[in-house]
Design a protein around this ligand. Sequence first.
Ligand code: PGA
Length: 256
Amino acid sequence: MRTPLIAGNWKMHKTLAEARELVAEIREGVAAISGVEILICPPVQLLFPMAKAVAGSAIMLGAQTAHEEPHGAFTGEVSVSMLKDAGCSHVIIGHSERRVHFGETGALLAKKVRAVTGAGLQVIYCLGETLEEREGGRMDEVVLRQLEEVVGPDLPAGRLVIAYEPIWAIGTGRTATPEQAQEVHALIRSKLGSIYGPALAEEIRILYGGSVKPANASELLARQDIDGALVGGACLVAGDFVAILSAAAETSSVVG
Ligand code: PGA
């Protein structure tokens, strides 16, 4: 059985004072929640203080991106070992905002995911189609290409989480329906099956991301192949994030 993972992608939000307040509220809210893995991914300058803020709780810490090299003359960049040093257990790689605004390509992302897993951390590899690609009937092709470009048998399945994030649903308030999301998740799992074999593919978590809110979390998470969520906007409000975590806990107790 796959334990649900709910990850909050803070993006470029929160000062130190705001972050401390948010995490204190989340800590309080999640004290009674079990059966769900909880991850927050703050901006990089907040990692050290947030590691302190989550210490002793079930909340795990992740980063939003990483450089592919272990060290060197790469002004402004941060390596995976530095993120590990700051207390990260997970790194998000390939978010569509990284692909679009920072020109990250499949070839580069393949290196980045290996840098993360090579350091013993979990990678959350994001993929998803644009509205134009979906409407043009190219959704399957795009999703499978993004998966094949990066995921191969050399990548340890036990350190891999996939996040399906249709670009048209990110920050738009327009969520994929549970049926639409399940369809793509099943496609991804079947491709993972051809890479790793069906038994290992069954173990890999596939998260959904794109306007996940307390109001739609339960019905998404109830689907067979939706094993958690990558949450943007709603993770910046403690009450909303905790409500999504509660929805995941309920689903996992029903299924498990
Ligand atoms: P959203 O963002 O929940 O605000 O749509 C999700 C994401 O970008 O990971």
